[in-house]
Unconditional design. Structure first.
Length: 198
């Protein structure tokens, strides 16, 4: 009679244990079916957020990528761009210098890094850290040459600045920022006959 009284309770307890074990197994299987995103996928999502102006969301995605791979160059470059476009030039500078140290392609980081340095009024650093090399496409060389023009202007050398802006236009006639640079120099020098391209 004693065994007869306790046996149903024992069976019920066993059933509860089996159900719990089965529930845990289902959860584990579900996690295995949905692995975390790869660093590349996080970067792709970050780029989508950047294009929409959702900079904070983009930063979160990039940091997820960097948790998996701290030396992921594309992530460092994109993070620098996002910081710059979001108004944080100092953080952009730091990330883009990390990308440079990780041997990122000059064409990928040079222009955003130059812009970040100019915003920080680090004119000599623009000239020292961002070379103009023939191995990159003409459009990128033109953009870097413009940055050098603004750096020279910031250092008070209007003649060199003008020369760089004109060189940039010889490389890429549609480089709008070069026209803007020439216009600013013209206004500063009192030559109102020179106007930027519309």
């Amino acid at each position: 009679m004693v065994f007869g009284v306790h046996r149903p309770n024992a069976i019920a307890e066993l059933v509860r244990i089996l159900v719990a074990v089965l529930f845990v197994a289902v959860l584990v299987a579900a996690c295995e079916d949905k692995p975390t995103l790869t660093p590349k996928e996080f970067v792709e999502r970050a780029e989508e957020h950047r294009q929409k102006g959702q900079y904070r969301a983009g930063v979160i995605q990039i940091k997820n990528a960097l948790q998996q791979d701290p030396n992921y160059v594309d992530a460092r470059v994109l993070l620098g761009r996002i910081y710059l476009e979001g108004g944080d030039a100092e953080s952009a500078e730091g990330e883009l210098f990390r990308a440079k140290d990780l041997k990122a392609d000059l064409a990928e980081y040079a222009v955003p890094l130059g812009k970040a340095l100019l915003q920080g009024r680090k004119f000599q650093e623009v000239l020292n850290e961002i070379p103009v090399v023939d191995s990159i496409p003409a459009a990128e060389r033109s953009a870097i040459t413009v940055l050098h023009g603004y750096a020279h202007a910031g250092l008070g050398d209007a003649e060199r600045a003008e020369r760089h802006f004109k060189t940039a236009l010889s490389l890429n006639a549609s480089e709008a920022s070069a026209y803007v640079g020439l216009a600013r120099l013209a206004v500063a020098q009192g030559d109102l006959g020179v106007c930027p391209a519309s």
